[in-house]
Write a protein that binds this ligand. Structure first.
Ligand code: URA
Length: 206
């Protein structure tokens, strides 16, 4: 089975984990991606944001949420009154999954499978254990399924803080839409407003 566990360091802090994640071969995604994109931000953040996987730009720069989705997220966080410097941001899957278009010029995002998401989960679990946030904001279905199980649906589960399963009651999760989904949406304004509203709820929940 795909599994990142053998690549996790048995000890150390976030930096040790980030370094080790650079060599992860727990699923096949490492073969095509430029490199691992680990989480970033305040190692003692009270709020952790979890996206799906790095995009094209994140893959090239090795930094989470620096592309179009990241810029939209930054704007939404600002409108919700959340200081980005105090956050830890990461992804459910740490390698970019993509296909190439016919010309092989563009790399097109592909949604990671459940197997790949589960394989990568030990890294996310380690980040949760090391950062110890009070609130985890789940961005979209992939992160939702990783942390809340296969029955997670953004449509029904968003906007309300709830206890994180296995979080000993101390950690809460609030789900919302993924910023990339906002960028693709036909009703972009409305979906963006929903993202900002959920982020406000998250800020109030702290
Ligand atoms: N989308 C994500 O889910 N994560 C990123 O880092 C960038 C885009």
């Amino acid at each position: 089975a795909y599994d990142a566990t053998p690549f996790l360091p048995g000890r150390g802090g976030l930096e040790a984990y980030a370094r080790a994640a650079g060599g992860c071969e727990g699923c096949p995604l490492f073969r095509e991606a430029s490199g691992t994109v680990f989480g970033r931000g305040d190692p003692h953040a009270r709020m952790m944001l979890v996206g799906e996987q790095p995009g094209d730009q994140e893959d090239r720069e090795g930094v989470a949420f620096v592309g179009p989705a990241g810029r939209l997220l930054s704007r939404a966080l600002g409108e919700a009154g959340i200081d980005e410097d105090g956050l830890y941001v990461t992804n459910a899957v740490k390698h970019f999954k993509f296909t190439r278009d016919e010309t092989r010029k563009r790399r097109i995002h592909k949604t990671p499978t459940v197997r790949e998401t589960l394989a990568c989960r030990p890294w996310l679990t380690a980040e949760l254990r090391l950062v110890r946030p009070e609130l985890v904001v789940v961005l979209g279905a992939t992160a939702g399924r990783s942390l809340l199980g296969p029955s997670f649906r953004v449509g029904t589960d968003r906007g309300v803080p709830r206890p994180l399963p296995d979080g000993n009651g101390a950690v809460r999760v609030l789900a919302t839409v993924h910023p990339s989904a906002v960028l693709r949406a036909r009703d972009r304004e409305e979906m963006y407003a929903g993202l900002v509203a959920d982020l406000r709820t998250a800020a109030d929940a702290l």
